[in-house]
Design a protein around this ligand. Structure first.
Ligand code: FES
Length: 251
């Protein structure tokens, strides 16, 4: 039996929204299935494929969902699936890629018809929401961590990295001094998962929780380098380009 791996591209999907989508997927098929998102948190594509193989899958269909599914991801997925299926441990497993949803006539049209037929809600008595207090100034922070959650870092198990970093910062007692932001692809995908730390201008390869902990403890708290994980320094932060001390720590 073919297993189905539903994949969406929704970095901003809440946990509740993701669970609702899981329920929709469950209602759509009786075959063994799983839902992943290709950015931000949760299982990576390879983790999900590996889990299906361990669960006994011998044929897997990757089915993109979401309207529209990003063209760049769609173009990239066949090669990524080929990468996984060419690994010797996956040799007995057939992998296919389903069609992009917006190119199917019936499904999306029916869904939109149902949506248009459902009652809508008036906003007549709703309080206007733009300009609320608290959204005027940036937080007071020392370090800005840019955590790549682009699809290639996600594939390299960047799943949940920003959450792991926030937890490590909290454990080290520096949560309030670090602003952690997720980004799309910032280019050195082959060295992913990537975290860029400013104002240091240093970029790091952060493959797992142990590396995240070292980044927090060594770089942010102690002001030391992390040569084995360091992959890049922004030009203005390079020693020949500045006159102020290169490293700072949280005091
Ligand atoms: S996807 Fe992270 S650097 Fe490209």
């Amino acid at each position: 039996m073919e297993w189905v791996l539903f994949a969406c591209s929704s970095a901003n999907l809440s946990a509740g929204g993701f669970h609702r989508l899981e329920a929709i997927c469950a209602a759509a098929t009786e075959r063994p299935h799983m839902l992943i998102r290709l950015e931000d948190m949760g299982r990576s594509l390879f983790e999900a494929l590996d889990e299906m193989r361990r669960g006994g899958a011998r044929a897997i269909r990757l089915q993109p969902i979401g309207l529209p599914f990003p063209e760049s991801l769609l173009a990239w997925l066949p090669g990524v699936l080929a990468d996984w299926s060419l690994r010797p441990v996956n040799a007995a497993i057939g992998v296919t890629l389903g069609p992009e949803p917006s190119r199917m006539d019936a499904g999306p049209t029916e869904m939109l018809r149902d949506l248009l037929a459902a009652p809508s809600t008036s906003v007549e008595n709703v309080k206007p929401a733009l300009g609320k207090p608290g959204w005027d100034t940036p937080p007071d922070f020392d370090f800005h961590l840019l955590v790549c959650t682009g699809p290639r870092c996600q594939m390299r198990d960047a799943a949940s990295l920003s959450h792991v970093l926030k937890a490590e910062c909290a454990e080290a007692g520096i949560a309030k001094r670090c602003l952690t932001t997720t980004t799309g692809c910032i280019f050195p995908c082959n060295k992913g998962p990537v975290v860029a730390v400013y104002p240091l201008g240093d970029w790091f390869h952060v493959p797992d929780r142990a590396a995240a902990r070292r980044l927090v403890r060594e770089v942010l708290c102690a002001g030391r380098g992390l040569p084995d994980l360091h992959i890049h320094t922004a030009r203005l932060s390079q020693p020949s380009q500045h006159t102020t001390p290169h490293r700072s720590t949280i005091s």
